[in-house]
Structures are given as C-alpha cells and as structure tokens.
Ligand binder design. Structure first.
Ligand code: C2E
Ligand code: MG
Ligand code: MG
Ligand code: MG
Length: 285
C-alpha cells in the first residue's frame, strides 16, 4: 500500500514522528513538575544473602506516580530524563532519599542494611558529582559503608581515567560500587580490575535464560569464578524460580535479587516485609 500511495504513507510516518516528539516533550515537561510536585517515589527490592539467608540490602528503584498515567516505570522515563539532563537533579534526589531511609532503617531496628542506588551515565559524568554526593552524605550523616552505587560498564569505560578518579574519591569516603547488568560486555572485567568494585550484578537476561540455553549456564559460571578470583562478590538479578535459585546456589553465587523472594515495594511494605522475616527467623531459633 505504501508503494501505491507514497504521499499517504509519508504523511502517516510524519504524523507518527510528530506524535512521538510531542509525547517526549510532554513527558519531559511533566517530569520537570514531578520533582517539584513530590510525584517521585523510591521502591525497595530486597537482596538475599544465600549463605545466611539474610536480607543483605535493598536496591532503590525509582517510580513516578504520574497524576494521569498512574505508576510509570523507569524504563519509560529514565531515557527522557537522561536526554533532557533532568536525570542529574533527579539522581541527587534519589541519593538523598536513600540516605534518609538508610538512617530510618537503623532506627527501626534494621542496622547494617545496605542501600544500593543506580547512577546513570549522564549523572556519573556531571562535573559536580563527587562534590554533590559528598555534601549529601555529609548532611545526612549516614554510615557510608552502607551506601552502594550501581554503575554500568559503559558508564565506567567511557572515560576510564575519570571513572578511576571518581570511584576512588567516593570509595575513600566509604561508598562501595557495583557493576550493574553485567555479562553483556563480558570481555572487559579485566579492564575493571583496578577500579574499586566490590560487587558484580549478573544481568537478568542470563538468569532468565537458564534451563533454555547452555550458554547462559556457562556465562554465569564464568562470571562467578572470575569475579571471585578478583575478590568481587556476585549478585544475580531477576531470579524468579526455584530452579534458577538452586543453580545459583550450586555455583556459589553470593546473593540473589528477584521476584522469587520479593518484588520492589514501597517503603512501608519493606518495613513490614523485614519485620515478618525477623519474626520468622526468631521462631526458627
Ligand atoms: P536495574 O538497575 O538493572 O534494576 C533491576 C530491574 O530488574 C528493576 O526494574 C527490577 O524491578 C527488575 N527486576 C527485579 N527482579 C526481577 C525479576 O525477578 N524479574 C524481572 N522480570 N524483573 C526483575 P525497574 O525497577 O523497572 O528498573 C529498570 C531500570 O531503570 C534499572 O535497572 C535501572 O537501570 C533504572 N533505574 C531504576 N531506578 C533508577 C534510579 O533511581 N536512577 C537511575 N539512573 N536509574 C534507575
Ligand atoms: Mg541496578
Ligand atoms: Mg541490573
Ligand atoms: Mg537493567
């Protein structure tokens, strides 16, 4: 049909592009208001230590309570935030909020819980990053050894010297680093060995391919053994089934995160979740 009537087809595509650009602009304008209007919220997903069965920590995951659209996930708005630069103030808000919760968690009787925060490419390359993070943690007065920042390989490898300097500076303050979504750029773990990374998170695509692809098994085995040989711990993301869990346990994966144990949840639900786990642990003793 497009061949028979190129004019119509052109208008069709043009209109699509227009809608899409308009949609992006609208989302961007809305996002600007979201930060001011208290529409952003952190959800928390527990990470379970396989040796002790304890909740080691939580990953802080951003959600947007949009007044008309309802709950919007980060895959939809983080790219818009990245392109517009809004990710920088939003990202600092996330760290501030995480520090607040970290403080609160100790008061609620969960000391030692690690809070992991995602840092995007653009935020990591903000010239005021280390200084701003320093100010936030100083004002919040938190135990920095419980704060972990998650970065992807591409964010770290874009400018390795810059990454090395920033990671070392923040690491000296007590902050630790995790390499997120690991596995897709597998060859470069050796490039990262001089960076202060204490944790690698295996991308959920590998975990979810377990049982269907022998390659996934091999890759996971190789990541765990390479990471362990560099004294780096391993978290598997996206664990949804018992058989995935059993495989990871056999491979001595350190921690897991996934729907099998818990979904990301609002703060009040996390507190309830931790209280329940605490009670059942007491009952077992
Ligand atoms: P990520 O950092 O790799 O986070 C893990 C994602 O996997 C989360 O998606 C989580 O909800 C999801 N997940 C966890 N367990 C399972 C499971 O068992 N099955 C499946 N199918 N998914 C699972 P979410 O919350 O939609 O976040 C998507 C991505 O958005 C994150 O990926 C992260 O890259 C980014 N993001 C989230 N919050 C922030 C933030 O505060 N700042 C920045 N810069 N990026 C963020
Ligand atoms: Mg992450
Ligand atoms: Mg990830
Ligand atoms: Mg991801």
């Amino acid at each position: 049909e497009a061949k028979r009537d190129p004019g119509t087809s052109y208008r069709f595509y043009d209109r699509q592009l227009h809608i899409s650009a308009g949609y992006q602009l609208r989302l961007e304008a809305d996002l600007r208001n979201a930060l001011r209007g208290n529409e952003l919220e952190l959800y928390y997903q527990p990470r379970i230590d396989l040796a002790s069965n304890d909740v080691r920590g939580v990953e802080c995951l951003l959600r947007w309570n949009h007044p008309e659209r309802g709950l919007v996930g980060p895959d939809e708005f983080i790219p818009v935030a990245e392109r517009s630069g809004l990710i920088v103030p939003i990202g600092y808000w996330v760290i501030e909020q995480a520090c607040k919760r970290l403080q609160e968690s100790a008061e609620l009787g969960f000391p030692g819980l690690v809070f992991a925060v995602n840092l995007s490419f653009r935020q990591f390359h903000d010239r005021k990053m280390t200084e701003t993070i320093f100010r936030i943690i100083f004002n919040a007065n938190v135990d920095t050894s419980l704060l972990e920042l998650e970065l992807t390989e591409s964010a770290m490898m874009h400018d390795p010297e810059y990454a090395q300097r920033c990671l070392r500076e923040l690491n000296q303050l007590g902050i630790s680093f995790a390499l997120d979504d690991f596995g897709t750029g597998f060859s470069s773990l050796s490039n990262l060995q001089h960076l202060p990374i204490s944790l690698v998170k295996i991308d959920k695509s590998f975990v979810q391919a377990l049982g269907e692809s022998a390659d996934a098994e091999h890759i996971i085995r190789a990541i765990i053994s390479l990471a362990h040989s560099l004294q780096i711990s391993v978290v598997a993301e996206g664990v949804e089934t018992e058989s995935q869990l059993e495989f990871l346990r056999q491979q001595h994966c350190d921690e897991i995160q996934g729907y099998f144990y818990a979904r990301p949840m609002p703060w009040a639900d996390l507190v309830q979740f931790l209280n329940k786990r605490g009670e059942s642990a007491c009952l077992q003793l």
